[in-house]
Design a protein around this ligand. Sequence first.
Ligand SMILES: [Zn+2]
Length: 440
Amino acid sequence: MGLKKADIILTDIDYILTMDKDLTEYKNADIVIKDGKIVDIGEGKKNEYYGKTIVCRNKIAIPGMINTHTHAAMTLLRGYGSDNPLKVWLEEYIWPAEGKFVSYEFVRDGTEIAVYEMLRTGTTTFVDMYFYENAVADVIKKVGIRGVLSTGILDFPTPGAKTPDEGIQKTVDFIEEYKNNAFVIPAIGPHAPYTCSPDTLKKAYSVAEKYDVVYHIHIAETEFEVKTVKEKYGKTPVEHLDSIGVLSERTLAAHMVYPSENEIDILSEKGVKVAHCPESNLKLASGIAPVPDMIQKGVTVGIGTDGTASNDNLDIIGEISTAAKLHKGFKKDPTVLNAKEALLMATRWGAQAIRMEDKIGTIEKGKFADIVLIDIKDPHLNPLYDPYTQIVYSSTGFDVDTVLVGGEIKVLNKEVIPLDKDYLLDKARYWKEKVDQIRK
Ligand SMILES: [Zn+2]
């Protein structure tokens, strides 16, 4: 029998957690990659193929993880003005810094630092909303991670656009430029129901429908928002958005801390997806999203970090660990959001949240070879009774050893190959000095 040609063969993997619909697992098995996709998985597959071989003993393979909500460039404001009341933090720190500095260069440099951290900790796809998304796209083209990118559209002038119509037009141009790109995936990003008029929200939604892209929006993040929307429109945020027809399976709602029971029913009926950002919600004292209730009613929930200014890191394993423990404590029920469900939020459910479940989110034949290998040869991950609980409760993103995106090796032996660490540290220092000037 002749051997079949492969590009990369990952061999001798201790556990492969495919996260497919049956949660199929393999032990001491191999993953075969060709043309950027997974072509075979299982025990002894290494004996059927020839190609570049990477021996993966003492490792667990999981699908590349998906961060369903972030503002990558805000990494340049990581830790800036922390522990202040929300109003002070925004008005005296974040908005002045953004107003003064957000530019193509700021977004490019902040995104590079963010992408380094994301790859290093096992994220292979991130969902972004910010300004100058062309800079984010340029970083993606250089580095080779996947990004679902949306320009923040607001009713007042932003660093990217003077009017919401200009923001929408920029989005349309961006969609045209990147349609059918496997790495830069355009989306539309009306900011929130309290910063966008119904007219802006509806115009943005018609673009999402016309071009078949994700409608990425913050919804029901704070009590302030719920109160503001109620006063203005006589309805709570989800009811308001439903009444103007912008909720569907293409809507990705970040945060969703305050849906009423009726609103959870609406989310479920309309197929709205939720990006749960527990650490940001805790740090900004926004509240706790009713995630177990939403999951129970059939709402798809992915995990997000939000920007690092309010987290303050992009470690998805840390985020699902927080989520799993937060909801157990809040519900006083240790069976809530178990380790498998927590890992699903970062993988298959995250892929469903951005409507890419046919391409990413599981280790299955035919999917893109977006794969993460976690190093378990370390005392803090042993003894190992159950690989899911070990990932969610014992490891952090920094236990990630190897990352492939589309069959290309991006992290090997915990080194991020496409980015230079010293260069990024210099950039971080450069921007810190500039931002520090504001309050001097
Ligand atoms: Zn956000």
